[in-house]
Write a protein that binds this ligand. Structure first.
Ligand code: SAM
Ligand code: DTB
Ligand code: SF4
Length: 337
């Protein structure tokens, strides 16, 4: 019996799964290969991810970003997970775009708290040209503090992406959220292709891309593999790859989604690390409800970035003191930039 189990494991380990050539990340992943990675025995998958992690990064280093919602609520999209959509009654009130000076003051505090990158989020379907001057002022002001700048403002046209780059924007966050087959179960007011078009505009403007998704929305493992397959076959892999665990928000259609099994979450991180080996993989939303042990497993599986600060955009994140203690206990330190 034992022999048969062992030979089954060996057969799986010899499955047609190629690890990215250490000299050259691959862009030709097939969906079946990505699924086969998910199907590996857990220890083998985490080992391969940890090995890949070490080829490109110092595994004791973690990149730290801090978020600020610079324009909250009242969004015209109907993303089923989001507290900020005007379509759902979540208790989040619509606010105006913040003043640049207030955003810069918040960025100064984030820097003092140890953040390396400051990410400005707006609950917009797309960017309106009238808001560009104010955004340019906040981006250049944050950059002048010596922070990396990131923004997530919805869909962009190529000329708008170029204007943001000119203002000093380093990264643009625009997530594909889930696999293409599950996408219209989550949002119907925009298409997968809309997201891909904005990502192309961001790349063409010469900005770095931050692109990932959410798990725990009722999707299947194949959908999760589908998301990572999309990311791994983009013309350029994302520079930052956030994996969010759904923060269930009362009032949204996905509020009662069944939580993802924690080991499956670790598999998601590990496969992301293997298929996009040079990306900074962010253990993103959802850390609030993760144990220290689960977070440690995620770091072991190749995650090397977190959001710091007690708030994400509208939901909670672990306290600074808890994160400091966790990183100290794991012997981890801020990434050298
Ligand atoms: N409106 C812009 C957009 O959608 O691209 C930017 C802001 S949006 C809040 C940024 C990302 O946060 C989403 O793409 C989604 O992946 C993630 N997100 C939003 N709500 C979430 C939730 N409740 N749990 C986990 N991730 C969430
Ligand atoms: C990303 O992938 N996760 C961040 C950032 N990009 C903008 C946002 C997480 C939001 C979690 C829900 C909230 O706080 O509203
Ligand atoms: Fe709007 Fe972004 Fe929320 Fe979707 S995720 S409803 S686009 S703020």
């Amino acid at each position: 019996m034992l022999c048969r189990d062992l030979s089954a494991i060996k057969a799986l380990m010899n499955a047609p799964v190629q690890i990215a050539d250490p000299a050259q990340p691959r862009h030709d992943w097939r969906l079946e290969e990505v699924e086969a990675l998910f199907d590996l025995p857990f220890a083998e998958l985490v080992f391969r991810a940890a090995e890949t992690h070490r080829r490109w990064f110092d595994p004791t280093e973690v990149q730290m970003s801090q978020l600020l919602s610079v324009k909250t609520g009242g969004c015209a999209e109907n993303c089923g997970y989001c507290s900020q959509s005007a379509a759902f009654d979540t208790g989040v009130k619509a606010e105006k775009l913040m003043a640049a000076s207030d955003v810069i003051a918040a960025a100064m505090q984030a820097k003092a708290g140890g953040a390396q990158r400051f990410c400005m989020g707006a609950a917009w379907r797309d960017l309106k040209d009238r808001d560009l001057p104010k955004l340019a002022a906040m981006i250049s002001g944050v950059k002048a503090l010596g922070l990396e700048t990131c923004a997530t403002l919805g869909m962009l046209r190529p000329d708008q992406a170029a204007a943001l780059k000119d203002a000093g924007l380093d990264y643009y966050n625009h997530n594909l959220d889930t696999g293409p087959d599950y996408y219209d179960q989550v949002v119907t007011t925009r298409t997968y292709q809309d997201r891909l078009d904005t990502l192309a505009a961001v790349r063409d403007a010469g900005m770095s891309t931050c692109c990932g998704g959410i798990v725990g929305m009722g999707e299947t493992r194949r959908d999760r593999a589908g998301l990572l397959h999309q990311l791994a076959t983009l013309p350029a892999h994302p520079d930052s790859l956030p994996i969010n665990d759904l923060m269930p928000v009362p009032g949204t259609p996905l509020a009662d989604s069944k939580a993802i099994d924690p080991l499956e979450f670790v598999r998601m991180i590990a496969v992301a690390r293997i298929v996009c080996p040079k990306a900074v993989v962010r253990l993103s939303a959802g850390r609030e409800h993760m144990s220290r042990e689960l977070q440690a497993l995620c770091f072991l599986a190749g995650a090397n970035s977190i959001f710091v600060g007690s708030k994400l955009l509208t939901t909670a994140n672990p306290e600074k003191s808890d994160d400091e203690a966790l990183l100290a206990d794991l012997g981890m330190r801020p990434m050298t930039m």
